[in-house]
Design a protein around this ligand. Structure first.
Ligand SMILES: NC(=O)c1ccc[n+]([C@@H]2O[C@H](COP(=O)([O-])OP(=O)(O)OC[C@H]3O[C@@H](n4cnc5c(N)ncnc54)[C@H](OP(=O)(O)O)[C@@H]3O)[C@@H](O)[C@H]2O)c1
Length: 160
């Protein structure tokens, strides 16, 4: 099973503001859709509540100890470790945030699909520190526009 983190990060490391995404950039979420379609997506309870419904074309697993969301394409698990155990036969698990879930998943992640937004944004949620040296950069694609951004893929080096 591959564990893949997907995140969009502003230049100043902000990922969220007031419970929402800090930006609306046309096309920026295309990569998230392409990479997650048909897969199992884990997300923290606040991120799920912001989206408001399970993602179409994917199976959503909400990580929460306080609430329970059950739909035909969505379930809730009280811990990341428990969820990884339950879905261990999946080829790839997509970790879609927010910060709390990223923090616990980063040491376990095999890949990080990171979109860097080339602008600072005000916000109150930040992408956690991570060990850049533990990963190889395998993909870079810059997208120009009013607010340019770059897609990166980082793949974990072999664990020693
Ligand atoms: N830029 C991006 O790519 C991106 C992606 C996702 C989210 N965001 C932003 O990030 C913000 C939300 O992030 P957040 O850190 O505040 O919240 P979050 O991680 O989405 O949700 C936090 C809640 O999820 C549950 N949870 C998360 N990790 C857990 C764990 N390891 N074990 C048990 N429960 C866990 C807990 O729920 P209970 O309290 O119910 O137990 C916790 O209170 C929003 O502003 C959102 O827009 C940005």
């Amino acid at each position: 099973m591959l564990i893949s983190i997907i995140v969009a990060v502003a230049r100043n490391n902000v990922i969220g503001a007031g419970g929402k995404l800090p930006w609306k950039i046309p096309g920026e979420q295309k990569r998230f859709r392409e990479l997650s379609l048909g897969k199992t997506v884990f997300m923290g309870r606040r991120t799920f509540e912001e989206i408001g419904k399970p993602l179409p074309g994917r199976f959503t697993v909400v990580i929460s100890r306080t609430k329970n969301f059950e739909f035909s394409n969505c379930t809730t698990m009280p811990s990341l470790q428990g969820a990884l155990e339950r879905f261990r036969d999946e080829e790839e698990i997509i970790i879609a945030g927010g910060a709390r879930l990223y923090r616990e998943a980063l040491p376990l992640a095999n890949r990080i699909y990171l979109t860097c937004i080339h602008r600072d944004f005000p916000g109150d949620v930040f992408f956690p520190e991570w060990d850049r040296e533990a990963f190889n950069l395998t993909y870079v694609q810059k997208v120009e526009g009013a607010i340019p951004y770059t897609y990166y893929t980082f793949v974990r080096k072999c664990r020693k």
